[in-house]
Design a protein around this ligand. Structure first.
Ligand code: AMP
Length: 206
């Protein structure tokens, strides 16, 4: 049974690694970004509210986001949080909801993040991600789904998201280091290498 957090700037590869961790360790994957996008697509009140922030590269307010996560993990004895917490207030609230075993911090140089994010294409169907440089002009996923350029992966929004990360999310590295929970992973390596490092660290958790 494990309760873990995937931490890292936008574009560090959290979503890609989360899919692999889920497959290997069977941990339920809770992505606040995916929850917001599903609500935006279904035009729910939550989606309409979230869109106003996401479109501008800003964070959805803490009160809203914390309640979503509280609900999502209520009955789970293991989970992997991806994209939450993103602020100190969220991290503090999470401490009163659940005890996490480890925080996997995937770090990548910020110049590389800009290139990764603005060139990112996501499958509308299975959520697999690609980079335009690897697509060779193709526009379909291996699963046959359509590849889309997320609105918030456009350059102006990416800049804002990276600035928000620096100001609001980076302080969590210190927060979790102080609690002895942080595991640092070099995210500037091939996907399989990054995964091998994460998997080795997770196997060491009791
Ligand atoms: P992601 O797919 O994790 O990059 O999330 C996409 C967008 O959803 C972010 O840029 C935020 O606007 C919003 N979002 C996701 N997770 C959170 C969170 N924990 N707190 C506030 N906003 C969030």
């Amino acid at each position: 049974m494990k309760k873990i957090i995937l931490l890292g700037p936008p574009g560090a590869g959290k979503g890609t690694q989360a899919a692999k961790i889920k497959e290997e360790f069977g941990l339920p994957h809770i992505s606040t970004g995916d929850i917001f996008r599903a609500n935006i697509k279904a035009r729910t009140p939550l989606g309409i509210l979230a869109l106003r922030y996401i479109d501008k590269g800003r964070l959805v307010p803490d009160e809203v986001t914390i309640e979503i996560v509280r609900d999502a993990i209520r009955n789970l004895d293991s989970f992997m949080l991806d994209g939450f917490p993103r602020t100190l207030a969220q991290a503090e609230a999470l401490e009163s909801i659940s005890d996490v075993d480890a925080v996997v911090n995937i770090h990548v140089d910020s110049a590389k993040l800009m290139k990764r994010l603005t060139g990112r294409r996501v499958c509308a169907s299975c959520k697999a991600t690609y980079h335009v440089d690897m697509l060779d002009g193709g526009d379909a996923c291996e699963c046959g789904g359509e590849l889309i350029h997320r609105d918030d992966d456009k350059p102006e929004t990416v800049e804002k998201r990276l600035a928000v990360y620096e100001a609001q999310t980076r302080p969590l590295i210190e927060f979790y280091t102080a609690r002895g929970k942080l595991i640092n992973i070099d995210g500037d390596a091939p996907v399989e290498r990054v995964f091998a490092d994460i998997a080795a660290a997770l196997r060491q958790l009791s």
